[in-house]
Design a protein around this ligand. Sequence first.
Ligand code: TPP
Ligand code: MG
Length: 617
Amino acid sequence: MMSRLTVAQALIRFLAVQETERDGARQRLINGCFGIFGHGNVAGLGQALHQYRELLPFHPARNEQGMVHIAAGYARQRNRLGTFACTTSVGPGATNMVTGAALATINRLPVLLLPGDTFATRTPHPVLQMLEVPHDATMTVNDCFRPVSRFYERVERPEQLIPAALEAVRVLTDPAETGAVTLALPEDVQAEAFEVPDTFLEPRVWTIYRQPPAPEALSRAAELIRGARGPLIVAGGGVIYSEATAALRAFVDATGIPVAETMAGRGALVSDHPLSLGAIGATGSAAGNRLARDADVVIGIGTRWSDFTTASHSAFQNPGVRFVNVNVAAFDAGKQSGLPVVGDARVALEQLREALGGWRVDNEWEGRACREAALWSEEVTRVASLDGEHAGLPTQAQIIKEINDAAGETGVLVNAAGSAPGDLHKLWRARDPEGKSYHVEYGYSCMGYEIPGGVGVKLAAPDREVYVLVGDGSYLMLPGELVTAVAQRVPIVIVLVDNHGYASIGALSRSIGSAGFGTSTEGLPLDLATNAESLGARVVRTKTIDELRAALASARGADGPVVVYISTDRYAGVPSYEGWWDVPVAEVSEEETVRAARAEYDRAHTSERQYLGSPHE
Ligand SMILES: Cc1ncc(C[n+]2csc(CCOP(=O)(O)OP(=O)(O)O)c2C)c(N)n1
Ligand SMILES: [Mg+2]
């Protein structure tokens, strides 16, 4: 049987009935559609969304970038099993989503992007907001989505929708391939009708199977680990997405191997576990970085080995260090010359535990890991108790501790850019056994992600308290989705930390000899609390840690967003604990500060390694 529908109507009906399934549990894949209308989508998708509003709920957004962040935040909280679609007009509305697409693809998070596109017939060209490329009539601004999408298609004929939509969902639901998926929809094609087979519109379930690793790879990994004197696990986001935190804990309890965590993997093992070393790398803990330095076998699980994790290839200094990479994506499993164990993290951990057959790590190494972990937890307490030195202002470390306490076991902390990610990576005490309490977007570290990302998290997990930590710079970049939170009564708590500029980049600038150039807003007549109030949020202005604590308590049970405003000591940073990050310093300069920074850089740079040792020897 066939139904005569427009391309947009067929697409909305199709999206409304796609489901994911893992371990027998099903959920809706596309939970609604965010959008901003213009001439490029109001008649096609806009009409279809209106007609089928009961099937696929529509939510207006304020900035196209922001709505992609909402979808990404949602997808991460849902362990990539559910997300949103995002529709835009042609031209600026479409390209505003490019940054969101890059964020989603880099973080391996599924988002479905539906930018409008210029006429497939080309008859009225050049249409409003169109880029004309004289030598290539097939090119439009939407070609910007190609490098930042895991699947890209421009639907130029109605029948093309069917294979395009199926491929789009296949990529969205594949944990190894997922990221931004872009279907560019020319405005004339959206409104065109065709005969749609009813089977295309029937419910479809996309099962995410847990792929077991190759048995040979598993036994080689077990052999390598059995021969290790100082093995270390580096847990990445894949552990959490695969819901493997309990399997990780069982593996650690059985083997005694300590765990350090990447940004996306923070919280994979609860912080009070005796073998939890906390963070690793450029923003690592003393415990994580000391054990990393000496480890001889490093087992990366669900990590893509970013420079922050490896401290720009300086974290692992054992000359014989070998890597085992458990990853669902072969691309990531092959990094660091590692032994690739391609498969699902949970299955791999369970099978690896069995393959090790009761083997346990050296007592001395385990004892050292436990001592370092205990010392580190004392250091976290100490840093959070230090007062700021300037004008009696609180420190960011003190603020983090208050949010951490308010969040308890199940609250979720959301952050992305500025000085907070590094401080949080070091100081956050993760308490949720499912590893969902720490949501720092650090694949793209995109200023402006915090508020929309927090909205997405809350929509995905309405039973959890959501705490958004946002810097003044990041707030100014994209405050508009606060209005979306107000409109939809999304009760998130936003702690707006005002240190009058880009404290993180100011410090980085000083470290390369350039005196914090161009990073301060001091002296400008800004009032961000009033700005937030004007967007409809409830705002609590606080000055001290006691006032912050009271504000966090009073925000519970609100029926919309609450912004807690606080100024901090810009210069009271959390120290580095044997971490390093490669940011090249000018090789020549008239300025003495730059020459001194370069000398320090040249010294530190000698610790950068290439990790070429094969685990097969
Ligand atoms: C979109 C975007 N532009 C630029 C950067 C580079 N950058 C990283 S942190 C930062 C400053 C952030 O300022 P703020 O949010 O106030 O946090 P603070 O550093 O003061 O803690 C900048 C400009 C970025 N990460 N994202
Ligand atoms: Mg700031």
